[in-house]
Design a protein around this ligand. Structure first.
Ligand SMILES: Cc1cc2nc3c(=O)[nH]c(=O)nc-3n(C[C@H](O)[C@H](O)[C@H](O)COP(=O)(O)OP(=O)(O)OC[C@H]3O[C@@H](n4cnc5c(N)ncnc54)[C@H](O)[C@@H]3O)c2cc1C
Length: 642
């Protein structure tokens, strides 16, 4: 496998310009001769499909949901970063670049991250032009708030519904092109396989989720914008349909999978409260602008929070990190929450929670001001927990939230398969080992609105037409592999003396195994244990899982089963990757590699690289390749937020 990142020549600030100038162009009259398949209609996919169609390409747009508008991006709450420096508080493109690369613990490419910071400002202009109702100051200028890992205010937001508003903007751009017949929308379709011939992506096989039929689609290029795989943990803040299937099928067809063990654990989620829970709810990081995180100083203190006097409270983030306080990055906040709970200071019924308290902010600014900023989040919290967070501190605990790992892409966002581009959370992204808050939306929209329109043209101008007839052997072979897998899943219909289990049973077991051994903290013994257990769960899943109904109709159990089957394969490279990386960095703490103060200890000598896994077939272990990371504009340092 060749890993050429194709970083353009020249100084950092000129590389994107150089790339765009060197890119070949497709003549406007020829664009309509190319068909581009875009899988996914979240912020990355919708913005890409709209922009490519606007340029004149024929675009086929696919999603699982009944409307593109329902993609998981709609859940994003807190905001989107940009280096506009409207606050005049010292921001700049270089500072956003620096914060992002440092936040990711120096495990991402300088060139990509710098381009992201450059493009961030265009995104805000584009979204305002599309009518996104960002919050504004009294005088009409756009408002900003702060997010973790930065000492400037650069997060643009639309109350606690930023993802929804941004997606409505991208969706309207998409539907404009649908009305112009340049985009054809295929909702309720699940991509089940990628068709590859001569190492070039040629099309996809989808299952029509309404009638169960398999369908073939051919194109000159394929764009995957299929989101992240956090649901491998079963419990996460992700939407229930989030999955790894499209990315995993592409991996099985030859695309490299990068850094699969880089998973972000978000510190402010509503804690798990029972065994039958299937979903976790995020409380936006923006709450840490005003909320203060604390636990009782004394382990086992079960008093009502109102009865715990000030001197018996430990505001541990403010104490340990005086300069960033409650706004330390997510990995630091999560690890500290785990640490205080492990020390017996956790609160709530399970002891796996810490307080996020708005008392002081309400006293300082007044309830009205605080409600204006966070009202919808407070209502959501109260609906779920039946507790009013303006009177009693919220209880929060870390939960799986985002995946920095994903399909490997070069600077052009192309995977190791020619013509297969990967955008948004589905690629291994610009966030290194830890994503800063409000930067996923920035990356998804940078990829879709501003990068792929350039790099796709360059690819098509160089590679020329590549679509195949859907009767071609490549399509036939891929479709029959999908059919065979579906038949296998539907096989267990008899009662087997009560041995059969639901799909969720296996998913929950896998998730717990990963959370315990490949979550916030990991060690060699635990990872080895997980590696032994995954094939056992997988075997039991294929032997004993029960799916009611048939494959020729709408069947949500079957949909889930296919995704869980892929998670059960994918989990193995995730754990292998974690085992291989014997350093702590960003979100993942290798217990064998920490400083005396329990901070993550990186090992730049051995691990300053992107780990890329290559499929070697079902019977051989995957091969590990490494893309070295070079830092010429920043000096990797031990991250400190003190
Ligand atoms: C609760 C929550 C709040 C968040 N808040 C913020 C925030 O404030 N700021 C921020 O920057 N980030 C935030 N994030 C992260 C951010 O929302 C996501 O990273 C981002 O929206 C991902 O966008 P995407 O376009 O890559 O993928 P998604 O929005 O996940 O879209 C994936 C698309 O792919 C489709 N798809 C998937 N698999 C298939 C398949 N096999 N076949 C066909 N279609 C498929 C889906 O139908 C969907 O259309 C938040 C995340 C969560 C969970």
């Amino acid at each position: 496998m060749q890993l050429d990142p194709r970083i353009p020549p020249g100084p950092l600030a000129e590389q994107w310009d150089n790339c765009r100038f060197a890119n070949k162009l497709v003549n406007p009259a020829n664009k309509r001769k190319f068909t581009i398949i875009v899988v996914g209609t979240g912020l990355a996919g919708a913005s890409a499909a709209a922009s490519l169609a606007e340029l004149g390409y024929n675009v086929l747009s696919f999603c699982i949901q009944d409307s593109p508008r329902r993609a998981h991006s709609i859940a994003a709450q807190g905001g989107i970063n940009a280096a506009k420096n409207y606050q005049n508080d010292g921001d700049s493109i270089f500072r956003l670049f620096y914060d992002t690369i440092k936040g990711g613990d120096f495990r991402s490419r300088e060139a990509n991250v710098y381009r992201l910071a450059q493009i961030s400002n265009n995104i805000i202009d584009q979204c305002v032009a599309l009518g996104v109702p960002f919050a504004r100051e009294y005088g009409g200028t756009l408002a900003n708030r702060s997010f973790g890992g930065a000492q400037v205010s650069r997060t643009f937001y639309a109350r606690g519904q930023t993802g929804q508003q941004l997606l409505l903007g991208a969706y309207s751009a998409l539907m404009r092109q649908a009305a112009a017949s340049r985009v054809k929308i295929f909702p309720r379709r699940e991509m089940m396989d990628l068709v590859v011939r001569d190492n070039r992506a040629r099309g996809i096989i989808c299952r029509n989720l309404v009638n169960g039929r398999l369908e073939r689609y051919s194109g000159d290029a394929v764009v995957l914008a299929t989101g992240g795989y956090g649901n491998v943990f079963y419990l996460s803040t992700n939407a229930m349909a989030c999955n790894v299937t499209a990315a995993w099928r592409a991996y099985r067809r030859g695309a490299g999978f990068a850094n699969p063990c880089f998973v972000q654990i978000h510190p402010t989620c509503i804690p798990v409260h029972g065994d039958y829970q299937s979903k976790l709810t995020l409380m936006s990081e923006s709450l840490r602008n005003d909320g203060r995180v604390w636990v009782p100083k004394n382990p086992g203190d079960r008093r009502d929070p109102a009865d715990i006097p000030e001197e018996e409270r430990d505001y541990y983030l403010e104490r340990r990190y005086p300069s960033f306080g409650n706004l330390v990055p997510r990995d630091v906040a999560s690890r500290n929450a785990k640490e205080v709970c492990d020390a017996g200071k956790g609160v709530g019924e399970t002891g796996l929670a810490v307080y996020l308290d708005f008392r002081d902010a309400i006293e300082r600014d007044g309830l009205d001001v605080i409600m204006k900023k966070y009202g919808n989040l407070f209502h959501m919290y109260e609906k779920i927990t039946a507790t009013d967070p303006t009177r009693t501190p919220m209880m929060i605990y870390p939960a799986v939230h985002y995946t920095m790992g994903g399909l490997w892409v070069d600077y052009h966002l192309m995977s190791t398969i020619d013509g297969l581009f990967v955008l948004g959370e589905a690629n291994f992204s610009d966030h290194g080992a830890n994503r800063l808050g409000a930067s996923a939306l920035m990356q998804g929209l940078a990829d879709g609105y501003f990068i792929i329109p350039y790099t796709m043209g360059n690819y098509l101008a160089s590679a020329g037409p590549g679509s195949l007839d859907t009767d071609h052997d490549g399509f036939r072979e891929a479709e029959s592999a999908v059919q065979e897998r579906l038949n296998r899943l539907m096989r267990n219909q008899d009662a087997r003396g009560g041995k059969l289990q639901t799909i969720d049973h296996y998913h929950r077991r896998l998730g717990k195994l990963l959370w315990d051994h490949c979550g916030m903290a990991r060690n060699r013994a635990g990872l080895r244990h997980a590696l032994d257990r995954i094939p056992e769960i997988r075997e039991e899943f294929w032997e004993n899982s029960y799916i009611p109904g048939s494959s020729q109709e709408l069947n949500q159990s079957l949909e889930r089963a296919g995704r869980v089957a892929d998670f059960l394969e994918f989990a193995e490279i995730m754990v292998l990757d974690a085992l291989e990386r014997e350093e702590s960095c960003g979100c993942h703490l290798r217990e064998e590699s920490q400083t005396e103060e329990h901070e993550a200890k990186r090992d730049d000598e051995h691990y300053a690289h992107v780990a890329v896994w290559e499929n070697q077939g079902a019977d051989s272990p995957p091969a590990l390749h490494r893309e070295p990371l070079r830092f010429e504009n920043v000096t990797p340092s031990q991250r400190s937020y003190k």
